[in-house]
Design a protein around this ligand. Structure first.
Ligand code: HEM
Length: 601
């Protein structure tokens, strides 16, 4: 006999820092400034930082900035504002504007950023919460949180495209806000047997999801894919898998020099370590900002019991053996010192993922969500009884024992999943246009004089190949791997974060160079085989298997009832047609340009 399932109960939403009205967005708009004059140096930096970055003066100015005490921040709103400031200034400091990547973050940024991140339950790196949840203002303070009334507080590039990119996501969070209370009501209604109310909960979630889809479709309107890929995305990059950008070990958080253990998230005394060990322990690797860190989409998955597997594990889709060993299948340790100690993989991965989410990447994204939101997802995993209830109805149906009301509930559940699948369909199209196509085409550098033309670049590469393989000129196939201390390829000097990931760009005499010599077991100096499968542009085509699998896993959760035979046949025909169309569309999209999209609207 099947054991009865036990479900946990949720705490009230406000205990997870969730508002019934605004969801994961704060109940009132984020602070526009820190008013305490003590923090003037940070706010002044914000006033000027786009200009300073453009003028190449940002690093100089940062180095003159005082080290401020984060303990003087009073409210959570102030902590969030401070976190946003430090995300903006620190990523600009590290990546610069056409400057060499900085491998170190000075103490006046690193120390407060790390402490403030700890306070908020985040990592000291840019994340969805910083640029989407805490980075907007309302043009009319009494108006709605939608695209007709939103402006961004801060952008790296100073462009409207970047504002639009964040604001679309803010609008999605706002449209999706009703889902959170409805999910908790649905759970309670199942406990109490109030099935009519449950149907209404599902219908409200369905409407919210449809609104989210409408918001997502508007990404094309004001965010140019070229600007996104080449001007915005580089600043959102973190320091995990960034060897090619000159950060093979991650970033040194200067002054945060108590020994930090990523597994336990605790600090220890470092006095017993020698200089090299101390240096190594200061490195941290974090993924960059991504809407994959949105707790909203994750909450919907958990609520509906959408099962996510390791990429490639879903046999009908793609064989794991054919996939590259990349960030979507395996993540490096946050602190490279752990690789020497015990080969740890994904630190601080929340332990309780019993039910649905077994995808390495999606799980890892949770440590980049604010602590209360992460706790909401963890508790929801214990409490989510919607899918088990629907599966019970499916069982009733098999026994010829389902009422018309129950049928309606199953249909409402299926409709919600369908909307979530449509969201992922659109998202796959967006990623094709905004990332895959851009990575394939390469930067379209005008006659600015600061980059070399394609022809010259080819000559440059040929020359380099000759130098590196004087005896093997005839049998080269894949992209060429350079020696570990060579400079990056010509045009990508401007955008180091978009380099090929197999080129460990360790600068001679850099700290990473020193550390890699001291710890050869880290394997940084390894020269990879030229036919290594992992070769691809950062965030390029390798992301697609992951995203398409995630979409297909959503569609797979739909329930097919026997009593709906007619409906099933119709759906199967439609699904077949849809799959064909989708494949065709995806092929066309891989060739499409942004103007095609705009004209097609
Ligand atoms: C120009 C727009 C966008 C681009 C280029 C983009 C790109 C990506 C990429 C590359 C990933 C893979 C994970 C990573 O490498 O970070 C991803 C995942 C994801 N993105 Fe986006 N994204 C965009 C907009 C959005 C928006 C507006 C949302 C809404 C919340 C969103 C939600 C997600 C989610 C939930 C995932 C995790 C995969 C999944 O659950 O299916 N993205 N996105």
């Amino acid at each position: 006999m099947q054991q009865p399932q036990h479900f946990g109960r949720m705490r009230p939403l406000d205990e997870y820092d969730i508002s019934i009205k605004t969801g994961f967005l704060p109940a009132s708009p984020p602070l526009r400034r820190l008013l305490d004059p003590y923090f003037t140096p940070w706010e002044e930096m914000m006033d000027d930082f786009n200009g300073l970055l453009l003028a190449g003066k940002l690093r100089e100015k940062v180095l003159k900035m005082p080290l401020l005490d984060h303990n003087k921040l009073k409210s959570v709103q102030e902590y969030r504002r401070a976190f946003l400031i430090l995300c903006m200034v620190s990523h600009s400091y590290v990546w610069g504007k056409h400057e060499t990547t900085s491998e170190t973050l000075p103490p006046n940024l690193a120390i407060p950023w790390t402490s403030i991140a700890d306070h908020l339950g985040l990592c000291p790196v840019v994340c969805h919460a910083a640029v989407v949840l805490w980075n907007y203002r309302l043009l009319d303070k009494d108006g709605p949180i939608d695209l007709s009334n939103l402006a961004a507080l801060a952008t790296y590039s100073g462009s409207l495209d970047e504002s639009w990119f964040y604001l679309i996501t803010t609008a999605i969070e706002s449209s999706g806000a009703p889902c959170l209370s409805q999910i908790t009501y649905a759970i309670e209604n199942i406990h109490q047997g109030k099935y009519n109310d449950l149907k209404q909960n599902l219908e409200t979630i369905h409407t919210a999801l449809a609104n989210m889809n409408n918001d997502l479709k508007r990404m094309y309107e004001k965010c140019d894919p070229y600007v996104f890929y080449w001007k915005i995305r580089p600043y959102l990059a973190g320091w995990e898998n960034m060897a090619e950008a000159g950060l093979p070990l991650g970033l040194i958080y200067e002054g945060v020099d108590t020994l930090w253990n990523a597994q336990t998230d605790e600090y220890a005394d470092m006095s017993h370590l020698d200089e090299a060990e101390r240096l190594l322990s200061q490195y941290r690797r974090y993924a960059g900002g991504s809407a994959a860190q949105s707790s909203l989409i994750a909450a919907l998955d958990v609520a509906f019991g959408v099962e996510h597997h390791r990429t490639g594990e879903k046999p009908s889709f793609i064989k794991a053996a054919d996939l590259p060993n990349d960030r979507y299948t395996k993540l490096p340790a946050t602190n490279p010192a752990d690789e020497i100690n015990n080969g740890a993989e994904t630190p601080r991965t929340p332990p309780r993922f019993k039910r649905t989410n077994r995808n390495t990447f999606l799980r890892a994204m949770r440590k980049y969500m604010p602590r209360p939101h992460r706790e909401f997802l963890e508790d929801l995993e214990e409490a989510a009884n919607i899918r088990p209830y629907i599966l019970q109805l499916e069982e009733n149906d098999k026994n010829g024992n389902i009422s018309s009301e129950e049928l309606e509930i199953v249909n409402a559940y299926n409709e919600c999943l369908h909307q979530l699948k449509l969201f992922r369909d659109k998202h796959v199209q967006i990623v094709t246009l905004y990332i895959v196509n851009q990575a394939r085409k390469g930067p379209n550098i005008p006659h600015g004089g600061f980059a070399i033309e394609k022809k010259q670049q080819q000559q440059h590469q040929q020359q380099q190949q000759k130098q590196e393989q004087p005896h093997e000129t005839e049998k080269t196939t894949g992209p060429q791997i350079k020696s570990t201390t060579s400079s990056s390829s010509a045009h990508n000097d401007l955008y180091p974060q978009t380099q090929l990931e197999t080129q460990p760009g360790i600068r001679k005499d850099s700290k990473a160079d020193k550390v890699s010599q001291m710890f050869p077991q880290l394997g940084l100096a390894r020269k990879l085989a030229s036919d290594a499968k992992v070769v691809r542009g950062t965030g390029g085509t390798n992301v697609m298997p992951f995203l398409k699998q995630s979409r297909d896993e959503t569609a797979d959760m739909k329930i097919r009832l026997n009593s709906d035979e007619e409906q099933i046949k119709k759906e199967e025909q439609e699904d077949g047609k849809q799959q064909q169309q989708q494949q065709q569309q995806e092929e066309e999209e891989s060739k499409a340009s942004w103007s095609d999209w705009i004209l097609r609207r």
